[in-house]
Design a protein around this ligand. Structure first.
Ligand code: C2O
Ligand code: CU
Length: 493
């Protein structure tokens, strides 16, 4: 049974009220509910302070639908939108005003949708008190449109810039600043960027929604956003105490009809929080993540590290029942306690008889096999934990910008082995190019690597309209780690 929180004095929520799983009805797949105290079983040498307790919002009903950026251009092959970044106020908690930095006054920013091959023009104005940029996470843009400071000066306060590029791939992408990203993203600068392939196999679903997960560190009595970093945040990145679903407190109830299939394109926009997605009952179908896989897979558990996406189909099998999407406990580091379980979204089926479920195609797309790699590179992720602060996160023993630049040939396929020598998970993200995890037919741009583990990826350094040469970043997508050194550059020439 779920333990429901009583209404607190302010009628909103209560701190530290634990939300427990009913183990007999959950599928339990892959959940690590053991070793609740973190223990010393790994001979760990870090002493990771416990996370602050999560706020537990009361159930609420609403809708997932996010506003879309208005296309100002009548040409069907051009998507032209305007984004203005500015300081604003939002209500993460009902009745409490929180300061936010937002695109077009909303958190998340408006969704940008385009078709493969479209030209995208973004008129960007920076009305923030400091410089910023926009990075199109996962989109194979030309190098000087990638929003990184190593190739182009950020847009100064009061300045503007037009980002223009062609979108070569279908996928579930997102956008966010690449200047002081640990602060700017936490304050609310992030949005979804969806590219469709109109010739792709048709997936029937009664809804197609974007679900952007995030968390904020907030004072529940005043709503004040707090972007300081405590000792834990300096090691693990800042995990907020309030989980957000599309910019609102989690535990949102959505009305559906039983049997109807909901398509959810889920983005983890959090600085550091891992969302291990599971349903309290039933199964979900994973179509892919950043892009569609070759074939859908039935799954009970999807781990979304920061920066990653999931493309899922979920449904409620029976009328008068509810399926809850949860973020289940996940242990992000040796010696750390698992994260708390969070109710993200409840799909509440009416008493209307179940609809007939559409069939899902067995094959979603053909994914070409990459040729033999022409070069092999190794990247070692490590951390140096100086007592009393000064934690550094390193690649091949150095902190950015002192990590030596590696070079790759335009058009080449390379094998990259990313070795995590540290005691905590790190999500590895490469700008500008897609890769496949060896042996898996799925194009990705971000991959999670657990402690003392490694991943071998095949990177396609292919050309695109506007050019692929230049200096591209790769980094850990825990934004505090990237900003503290776990970042490097590959020069494609
Ligand atoms: Cu989404 Cu360099 O990041
Ligand atoms: Cu990291």
């Amino acid at each position: 049974m779920r333990t429901f929180c009583v209404l607190s004095a302010v009628g909103i929520l209560q701190t530290g009220c634990t939300s427990t799983m009913n183990m007999s009805t959950s599928d339990g797949g892959g959940m690590d509910m053991s070793n609740p105290d973190g223990g010393n079983m790994d001979g760990m040498n870090m002493n990771i302070p416990a996370a602050k307790p999560m706020l537990v919002p009361l159930p609420r009903s609403g809708e997932l639908t996010l506003p879309r950026a208005q296309d100002e251009n009548p040409d069907p092959n051009i998507v032209e939108v305007s984004l203005v970044a500015a300081v604003t106020q939002v209500e993460y908690l009902p009745g409490k005003k929180s300061m936010a930095w937002a695109y077009n006054g909303m958190v998340p920013g408006p969704t940008i949708r385009a078709n493969v091959g479209d030209k995208v023009i973004v008129h960007f104005t920076n009305n923030l008190p400091e410089a910023t940029s926009i990075h199109w996470h996962g989109v194979r843009v030309p190098n000087d449109m990638d929003g990184t400071q190593n190739v182009r000066e950020p847009v100064p306060a009061g300045g503007s810039f037009d980002y223009t590029f062609t979108v070569p791939d279908a996928g579930n992408f997102w956008y966010h600043p690449h200047v002081r990203s640990d602060v700017q993203v936490h304050r609310g600068l992030y949005g979804a960027f969806i590219v469709e392939d109109p010739t792709a196999v048709k997936i029937s679903s009664s809804s197609d929604e974007i679900v952007i997960l995030n968390d904020v560190q907030i004072d529940p009595s005043t709503g004040t956003l707090d972007d300081t970093e405590d000792a834990r945040a300096q090691m693990m990145g800042r995990e907020g105490n309030l989980a957000l679903v599309n910019g609102m407190a989690s535990n949102l109830g959505v009305s559906v009809r039983a049997g109807e299939v909901q398509r959810l394109r889920i983005v983890n926009a959090a600085n550091a929080r891992y969302f291990q997605l599971a349903l309290n009952q039933g199964f979900m179908l994973r179509l892919g993540g950043e892009t569609l896989r070759g074939a859908p897979e039935q799954t009970s558990n999807v781990l979304l590290a920061p920066g990653m996406r999931a493309d899922l189909l979920v449904w409620v099998p029976a009328p008068d029942s509810t399926v809850t999407m949860l973020a289940t406990a996940y242990r992000r580091a040796m010696g750390a306690e698992p994260t708390e379980t969070i109710d993200l979204v409840r799909f509440v089926a009416s008493s209307e008889p179940a609809a007939t479920m559409p069939t899902v195609p067995d094959q979603l797309r053909d994914i070409e096999e990459l040729g033999q790699p022409v070069a092999i590179k190794e990247f070692r992720l490590s951390e140096s934990m100086a007592m009393g602060g000064n934690q550094q996160f390193l690649i091949n023993g150095r902190a950015y910008p002192d990590v030596p630049i590696v070079t790759s040939a335009l058009g080449a396929v390379e094998q990259w082995k990313v070795i995590n020598e540290s005691d905590m998970d790190h999500p590895f993200h490469l700008h500008g190019f897609s890769f496949q995890v060896a042996g898996q037919r799925e194009w990705k741009d971000t991959i999670n690597i657990p402690p003392k583990a490694d991943a071998t990826i095949l990177v396609d350094f292919g050309e695109r309209e506007g050019g692929a040469t230049g200096r591209w970043l790769y980094h850990c997508h825990i934004l505090e780690h990237a900003e503290r050194g776990m970042m490097g550059e590959v020069a494609v020439q």
